[in-house]
Design a protein around this ligand. Structure first.
Ligand code: 6GU
Length: 229
């Protein structure tokens, strides 16, 4: 998977993604990250990439041409027109299913906006997917792009070790994960549930399934849409 991030803050994205599991996968060549600084395509000596909104109003709008030129640079480099995800609170809300679908692509372009947004005309030309990461407003698309890249990357074959991918995961079956415990068996007077110390694998499995369901009912009843009990 090759990620291309169009942004005014390339350092922010690079720094955030070169650590931990994702950083390791990049070193292994399973993933690549290339940040394109939109300002490099300003096309004027003042390196200006924003201007006042037509019709008035607060803030500045990112101009169409620098965004278009940075997209064209990526398209020419890879030799085809890739999916382009524009990070915006006006998009559909990102979830695990979208991540699974996006993980099938060879290249993904993330377009990060700032200020009051990006000139609509270039969005119409290049954006294939409008995506939000939740119902709140951030200052820019960089953190959402990083959230999406992290989520998608762990679905790319080889990125997680066998042990890491063997973990039962929240959302893989629309249920939250069961609680986990490690040593000591008694901590500040609180005991680990007895069944986990029993060595009885069938009982442990049954207990974990029950806990997953209980936890989902309590914390995320919206995930149990069909009322399966
Ligand atoms: Cl994708 N961008 C911004 N600016 N704010 C957000 C968001 C995206 N998703 C949730 N809030």
């Amino acid at each position: 998977m090759n990620y291309h991030v169009l942004t005014l803050f390339p350092e922010m994205v690079e720094q955030g993604l070169h650590t931990s599991i994702i950083g390791r996968a990049m070193e292994q060549g399973l993933l690549s990250l290339s940040c394109v600084n939109i300002r490099d395509y300003a096309g004027n000596k003042h390196m200006k990439v924003d201007d006042y909104p037509y019709g008035g109003g607060a803030g500045m709008v990112m101009q169409a041409e620098p965004v278009y030129a940075s997209y064209q640079a990526v398209k020419e480099k890879i030799g085809y027109a890739p999916r382009v995800i524009y990070l915006t609170p006006q998009g559909g809300v990102f979830n695990q299913k979208m991540a699974q679908e996006l993980a099938q692509e060879e290249d993904l372009v993330f377009l990060c906006g700032h200020y009051e947004g990006i000139d609509e005309r270039v969005l119409e030309e290049i954006v294939t997917d409008y995506v939000s990461i939740g119902d709140y407003v951030l200052t820019g698309g960089e953190l959402p792009a990083m959230v999406m890249i992290d989520t998608i990357s762990r679905l790319v074959p080889g990125v997680l070790s066998n042990e890491e991918s063997a973990m039962t995961e929240s959302f893989s079956d629309n249920l939250l994960e069961y609680p986990q415990y490690s040593r000591p068996a008694v901590w500040r007077g609180k005991e680990v549930p007895e069944v986990l110390l029993s060595g009885h694998h069938a009982n442990i499995e049954k207990w974990r399934q029950e806990q997953s369901l209980k936890r989902t009912r309590e914390r995320r009843p919206d995930l149990l849409e069909n009322g399966e009990e």
